[in-house]
Design a protein around this ligand. Structure first.
Ligand code: PGA
Length: 248
């Protein structure tokens, strides 16, 4: 049985009181759910989020980490720090970092290595741009991303990874992939993972991300290979986020 996961990616939103209120709203709303809930707030919230969520089963993810162990990297945050503050997951390869910070799959591969070495579970994002989908290259693009970012790892290292398929044209745009488009890609990703993981690929949770809302979550999550969602905008509002969790 694969884990059902709903992860909220706050991106660069909310100040202290707003963030603490959101954490409280989510904690109070999630009851007896068999869905694994993860919150990915910005770095300054990590410690408070870990504390605020300690009485619940909700886990904390970071939105990024640096690829090096430690050293003279002003402004950066290491995997060791994240682990020591209680983050158990970390998003890597998000399309916004690929686009604005020019992160490529080689760099993402190094971040994943670092995270795994500190026992942090990577939430690896992949997905094609609009023009890539329009020219029917989406499978080639996602295949290349997975191939490069996940190369060099063995079965044991990769079997706990979480994958988030996020078509870039659907992120924050209000456009969502149809459940059929998403399912088709998720099945493709699982097939691709089975090259390294063999039967363990069946155990990997593959999340869909890109304008997931309470109105479309149920149909997306009903697809065979969609094991949950990575939620941006709708995770900033506790009732919407909770409604998405309850869509399973
Ligand atoms: P969105 O963001 O739900 O606002 O489209 C998803 C993401 O980028 O993780």
């Amino acid at each position: 049985m694969r884990d059902k996961i709903v992860a909220g990616n706050w991106k660069m939103n909310l100040t202290k009181n707003e963030g603490l209120l959101l954490i409280e709203g989510v904690v109070n709303g999630v009851v007896n759910s068999d869905v694994k809930v993860i919150l990915a707030p910005p770095f300054p919230f990590i410690s408070d989020a870990v504390l605020g969520l300690s009485s619940s089963k909700i886990k904390v993810a970071a939105q990024n980490c640096h690829q090096e162990e430690s050293g003279a990297f002003t402004g950066e945050v290491s995997a060791a720090m994240l682990r020591s503050f209680g983050a158990e997951y970390c998003i890597v390869g998000h399309s916004e970092r690929r686009e604005y910070l020019k992160e490529d799959d080689q760099l993402i591969n190094r971040k994943i290595q670092r995270l795994i070495s500190h026992g942090i579970i990577p939430i690896f994002c992949c997905g094609e741009l609009l023009e890539e989908r329009e020219s029917d290259r989406q499978f080639e693009i996602v295949s290349d991303q997975i191939q490069s970012a996940l190369q060099g790892f063995n079965k044991d290292e990769l079997k706990n990874i979480i994958i988030a398929y996020e078509p870039v044209w659907a992120i924050g745009t209000g456009k969502t992939a149809t459940p059929q488009q998403a399912q088709e890609m998720h099945a493709f990703i699982r097939e691709k993972l089975s090259e390294v993981l063999s039967e363990n690929a069946e155990e990997v949770s593959i999340l869909y991300g890109g304008s997931v809302k309470p109105e479309n979550a149920r149909e997306l999550f009903a697809q065979k290979d969609i094991d949950g969602g990575l939620i941006g905008g709708a995770s900033l509002n506790a009732p919407d986020f909770l409604a998405i969790i309850q869509s399973f």
